[in-house]
Design a protein around this ligand. Structure first.
Ligand code: PLP
Length: 361
């Protein structure tokens, strides 16, 4: 069978067995296969990564009025579920050495908000955060860690898969992620009881009774059996995707690294990234917008880094702890085209455009 042909087999199986529902063989197997792949004890397949963050917060006991620390430099889906729980986000600055949560800013946040309920750590663009100091700080204070690994399936930190280092880990299978089910998410944990509870909440909190009885608030957050079939097929080609993403990154790096003003996303011996998006910082005369516009002119899509949450109109009342590193990353960063379907010629075209811009002098 071709490398990308597994999805139809599992989807067909879902039809053949009449399990076109948010339960069934593919859902159970996708949970097991993903948990095995990342080295987690248990997993719950959900309708999105956002739903997984929401139920992780609930499982961590986050409720009305609680404080939750969250990186400022991330996608809004990391922060929104804090609001769903009527809790309050406090945004934490980035560390320019990792592009992820800054342990020093986190320490300052703990001093200011000692009764914080949970900490969300994000592994952006497939780079892992430096987890050791963060885990140490959270353990010392007995505060739960939720890892938003939506962008980092296939990324390892000191040999451990991202998402399995804290108390809860979140993955996303949205259309733009390294593998996709068109939409979906997974919550993993070493705590099997918590995962069982998450499955219960995600299926409308139906008590084990024939007569539709509910003792708790429920959600319709379960992944469908058809989509789980696609996920099983996609998971089989994850390693191949990471290989291709790495190839793309290395090509960009080889060709662009020497150019004045261009800095590549950070590289650490403890980080084995999935290279989801190859990203650079522009520290010279050429600005990100010029590169994005020059690429757009050739119909090639590139993006800025995420706009920090503390700069978002919706979150303007929220506190931010830091010195502006997230903002600097945002102002200087570009995510280069990194689709695994890119050919060598496609890559050459992007590289030529960037070189041409940067040599204008
Ligand atoms: C994609 C993404 C999410 C949300 O995942 P969905 O499956 O789209 O809900 C959360 N956090 C980050 C950092 C993401 O990139």
């Amino acid at each position: 069978m071709s490398d990308e042909g597994y999805e139809m087999q599992y989807v067909q199986e879902a039809f053949d067995t009449n399990w076109i529902a948010p339960l069934g063989h593919n859902v159970n197997m996708f949970e097991k296969e993903l948990a095995d792949k990342v080295g987690a004890r248990a997993a719950a397949a959900l309708s999105s990564g956002t739903a997984a963050i929401h139920l992780a917060l609930k499982a961590a006991g986050v409720g009305e009025g609680d404080i939750v620390f969250c990186p400022s430099l991330t996608f809004s889906a990391t922060a929104n579920p804090i609001i769903y729980q009527n809790a309050t986000p406090v945004f934490i600055d980035s560390d320019e050495k990792t592009w992820n949560m800054c342990p020093d800013a986190l320490e300052k946040a703990f001093d200011k908000y000692p009764n914080v309920k949970a900490v969300i750590v994000v592994h952006l663009y497939g780079l892992s955060a430096d987890m050791d100091p963060i885990v140490e700080q959270c353990k010392r204070r007995d505060v739960a860690i939720i890892e938003d690994a939506a962008e980092s399936l296939g990324t390892y930190y000191k040999g451990k898969h991202t998402g399995t280092i804290g108390d809860y880990g979140v993955f996303s299978f949205n259309g733009n992620k390294i593998i996709t089910t068109s939409g979906g998410g997974m919550l993993v944990s070493h705590n099997e009881e918590k995962i069982a509870k998450v499955r219960f909440w995600a299926t409308q909190s139906r008590d084990p009774a024939r007569h539709y009885q509910h003792s708790e608030l429920g959600y319709n957050y379960r992944m469908s059996n058809v989509l789980a079939g696609i996920g099983r097929g996609q998971l089989k080609i994850l390693d191949q995707r990471v290989q291709k993403k790495k190839y793309i990154f290395e090509r960009y790096k080889r060709e662009l690294e020497g150019i004045e003003g261009i800095e590549f996303m950070p590289d650490h011996s403890w980080n084995e990234p999935n290279y989801w998006l190859s990203s650079i910082l522009l520290k010279g005369k050429v600005r990100p917008i010029e590169i994005m516009e020059a690429l757009e002119h050739e119909n090639i899509e590139s993006r800025p880094l995420w706009k920090p949450m503390h700069l978002q109109p919706y979150f303007r009342e929220c506190d931010f702890i830091g010195i502006g590193a997230a903002e600097d990353l945002y102002h200087n960063g570009v995510c280069l085209p990194s689709d695994t379907k890119m050919t060598d010629d496609d890559l050459s075209q992007v590289i030529t455009i960037i070189k041409r811009l940067c040599s204008r002098g």
